[in-house]
Design a protein around this ligand. Structure first.
Ligand code: COA
Length: 259
């Protein structure tokens, strides 16, 4: 596959995947999701790759969510499929047998926060901000966020983030247990991610793979993911969803009517 929206650099066994749509704050359109899927097939088959870092291009965003201009076109026929496909791609990342670190260098919103949570660890720079603002658009997180956020930070904090649509800072994300480490700069964040991966790469690969497998087994919300996809598609049938996404694209506040 030719990668148009991802930059892939393999250095010393570490594949750095940079989501490269900075003019759209690295929003995940369908093409970028397909490329992420293809990149992880490569990670799976290429023995020279021992660890992965996912980050965003530029200094503003890690990923500002799924692409709202595409989301706005979803309907009853395809919304559930959209959610399930995204869940599958992120599950491929989560179940990768090689360690995957999200290096969060700015906004990690919606699908961006969900992508970071699907990685095995998260390191943020000080300018990072996290949130699940889907409720502002009349929808819900649909790429596994309702499940992974609840698992990572607990039900009360997860509900606060998903119901208010507020963002939290990197310092708060550290306090909440959403990230592993906070670095003062983007360079220091990348350095920390590389340091951790180099340390893991000195361990036995089979043991590394089996730790990931066993830790993943500690939570398996298969029913929860199905309910998330169903709930996402219910939201995509509402007038408020049309209003919420149109309002974002037209750069105006949304006026929700409750149906
Ligand atoms: N999908 C599609 N386009 C997006 C996007 C997204 N999730 N996030 C940002 N963009 C686009 C904007 O529409 C804008 O495009 P334009 O220049 O063609 O008008 C461009 O990226 C820059 O965005 P802008 O809002 O001007 O940047 P900012 O730095 O002032 O604000 C954010 C950045 C991330 C706070 C803001 O863009 C935002 O709230 N994005 C949506 C977040 C969201 O709701 N995510 C969940 C989606 S399900």
């Amino acid at each position: 596959m030719v990668f148009e929206n991802l930059l892939l650099v393999n250095e010393e066994g570490i594949l750095t995947i940079t989501i490269n749509r900075p003019e759209k704050r690295n929003a995940l359109n369908l093409r970028t999701m397909q490329e992420l899927e293809a990149a992880f097939q490569l990670v799976h088959t290429d023995e020279a790759i021992r660890g992965v870092i996912i980050t965003g291009a530029g200094d503003k965003a890690f990923v500002a969510g799924a692409d709202i201009s595409e989301i706005a076109t979803l309907n009853v026929a395809n919304a559930k499929k959209f959610s399930i496909k995204g869940q599958e791609i992120f599950r491929t990342i989560e179940t990768c047998s090689k360690p995957v670190i999200a290096a969060v260098n700015g906004y990690a919103l919606g699908g961006g926060c969900e992508l970071a949570m699907a990685c095995h660890m998260r390191i943020a720079s000080e300018n990072a901000q996290f949130g699940q603002p889907e409720v502002n658009l009349g929808i819900i997180p649909g790429y596994g966020g309702t499940q992974r956020l609840t698992y990572l930070v607990g039900r009360a904090k997860a509900l606060e983030l998903m119901l208010t649509g507020d963002m939290i800072t990197a310092v708060e994300a550290l306090q909440w247990g959403l990230i592993n480490h906070l670095a003062p700069t983007i360079e220091a964040m990348m350095q920390k991610a590389r340091e951790i991966l180099h340390k893991i790469m000195r361990k036995a690969p089979v043991a590394v793979a089996q730790v990931i497998r066993a830790a993943n087994a500690a939570f398996s919300f298969s029913d929860g993911y199905a309910i998330e996809a169903e709930a996402f598609s219910i939201c995509c049938q509402t007038e408020d969803f049309k209003e919420g996404t149109a309002a974002f694209l037209q750069k105006r506040p949304a006026n929700f009517v409750g149906k």
